[in-house]
Design a binder for this molecule. Structure first.
Ligand SMILES: *Cc1c(COP(=O)(O)O)cnc(C)c1O
Length: 216
């Protein structure tokens, strides 16, 4: 299938309520433009340097999503343009994003990453640590950060019941916090598991290989 056809199929399947983030990491600009030309505007990357290079050469109405883990010392490079940072799991990172957003006279959308998978390699906050972070009074002073909701990654497994259980946890915590914290974004689901995220009320999926093909 072509990239254009894949984008159209995903948009049809997901409808208007679910935002499709096309995860274009490692892929060349020509392939991103094939998606752009059929109306795709939200693109996801997991390395700040690569995203910054792509931002410099591609159309300026693209919304760039940083879906990878963020090192504080690189926040300054994306602060002038990034639309949303998905995987925040430290107060310190939020503070740095706020500082750099302020310098650029912007507000940057952030999601907190809840750790739902068992694997040690996955970043993210425990439910307790996430709630503690949201209760930190220091957040009130961060006028240039807007925490829009939560993000999570399920365990990489064939066991659908297991994935359902992990998405269910993310869904529960999201709806528990949504009203008090003015959340509107639940980023959950990738190529291999987005269909399992839909019944758990995801409203933002991050799809890479099913659009652009396998990565090396
Ligand atoms: C790479 C990546 C994706 C997309 O993965 P696919 O399996 O290619 O759809 C989604 N989310 C994050 C955080 C990623 O790093």
């Amino acid at each position: 299938m072509t990239i254009a056809d894949a984008i159209k199929e995903f948009k049809d399947e997901l409808g208007e309520e679910v935002t499709l983030v096309a995860v274009s990491k490692t892929k060349p600009n020509e392939l991103l433009m094939q998606a752009y030309d059929v109306g795709q505007r939200d693109f996801g990357e997991n390395k700040i340097q690569e995203m910054t290079d792509k931002h410099a050469s591609l159309p300026k109405d693209i919304k760039w999503h940083m879906v990878g883990h963020v090192q504080s010392n690189k926040v300054k490079y994306m602060a002038p343009y990034v639309h949303m940072v998905h995987a925040v799991d430290k107060y310190k990172t939020l503070k740095e994003i706020n500082k750099r957003a302020k310098q650029n006279d912007r507000t940057i959308n952030c999601l907190l990453q809840l750790k739902i998978a068992e694997e040690d390699s996955k970043f993210g906050l425990s439910e307790t640590d996430l709630k503690d972070l949201l209760a930190n009074p220091g957040l009130q002073d961060m006028e240039h950060v807007k925490i829009r909701g939560l993000m999570g990654m399920a365990t990489f497994t064939e066991d659908e019941r297991h994935i359902h259980a992990e998405f269910e946890k993310l869904e529960r915590v999201y709806f528990e916090l949504k009203d008090n914290h003015d959340f509107d974004t639940l980023s959950m689901g990738m190529s291999g598991d987005y269909q399992l995220a839909i019944p758990h009320h995801t409203n933002m999926v991050r799809i890479g290989s099913s659009i652009f093909g396998k990565r090396d």
